[in-house]
Design a protein around this ligand. Structure first.
Ligand code: PEP
Length: 248
């Protein structure tokens, strides 16, 4: 039985005081969390310490990015140890926005995932096809290629990785994959994980992301290979995110 993971990606939103107000509102809206799930929020770097320092309920803290070196001349970057130091347990890696806007390759994402695991945190490795790739019938090949490339060399640590399947055309657009289409891709991802790491694939949590909202989360979470959600826009409103975290 895989513990579902509901994670909120706050992206480049919220000043420190706004982020603290949001986590406080979330603790109020979500006083308890069911034992079959984990809830995590991923604020911006500037707000991470302040959010992590709030009275802790059961909500975990994650970062949205990391640099895969321990220290050194990497202006503007943040190391895994710095994230551990402030209480981070998760790191989103290879989000489609970083792949597209910052040209992050599968190989670089695999380096980041290895560094996050070595620091004792859990990488949330994002994969997903564009609209054009789906329309040309290449969605599965693209996604499975990203899975294999982004996990290169990590076959022995597979069970400690989270995958987020986020079709790019569904992110921030209000469009969502149907629960059946999402399940089909999640099952294909799990088959690829079996090929890479054998039985450990059954323990890998595969989140769905892309316009997850209160009105579609229940059906998505009912699918056998959907093990949680990575939530963008809807994570910025405490009551809405609490409703998603309380999916049935
Ligand atoms: C995301 O950016 O990871 C995401 C899923 O965004 P949204 O929920 O807004 O589509």
């Amino acid at each position: 039985m895989r513990t579902k993971l509901i994670a909120g990606n706050w992206k480049m939103h919220k000043t420190v005081s706004e982020a603290v107000a949001l986590i406080d509102a979330l603790y109020a809206a979500l006083p308890t969390i069911a034992s079959d799930r984990e809830v995590v929020v991923c604020p911006t770097f500037t707000a991470l310490s302040a959010v992590a320092a709030r009275p802790r309920g059961a909500i975990g803290i994650g970062a949205q990015n990391v640099y895969p070196e321990s220290h050194g001349a990497y202006t503007g970057e943040i190391s895994p140890a710095m994230l551990v130091d402030i209480g981070c347990r998760y790191v989103i890696i290879g989000h489609s926005e970083r792949r597209a806007l910052f040209s992050e390759s599968d190989a670089f994402i695999a380096k980041k995932a290895a560094a996050v695991l070595a620091a004792g945190m859990t990488p949330i490795v994002c994969v997903g096809e564009t609209k054009q790739e789906r329309e040309s019938g290449r969605a599965e090949a693209v996604v499975l290629g990203q899975v294999a490339g982004s996990l290169a060399g990590l076959q022995d640590r597979l069970a400690d990785v989270v995958i987020a399947y986020e079709p790019v055309w569904a992110i921030g657009t209000g469009l969502t994959a149907t629960a059946a289409d999402a399940q089909t891709m999640h099952a294909a991802i799990r088959a690829e994980l079996r090929r890479i790491g054998g039985a450990a694939a059954e323990r890998v949590r595969i989140q769905y992301g892309g316009s997850v909202k209160a009105d579609n989360v229940d059906e998505l979470m009912a699918q056998p290979d959907i093990d949680g959600a990575l939530v963008g826009g809807a994570a910025l409103v405490a009551e809405g995110f609490a409703r998603i975290a309380n999916y049935r």
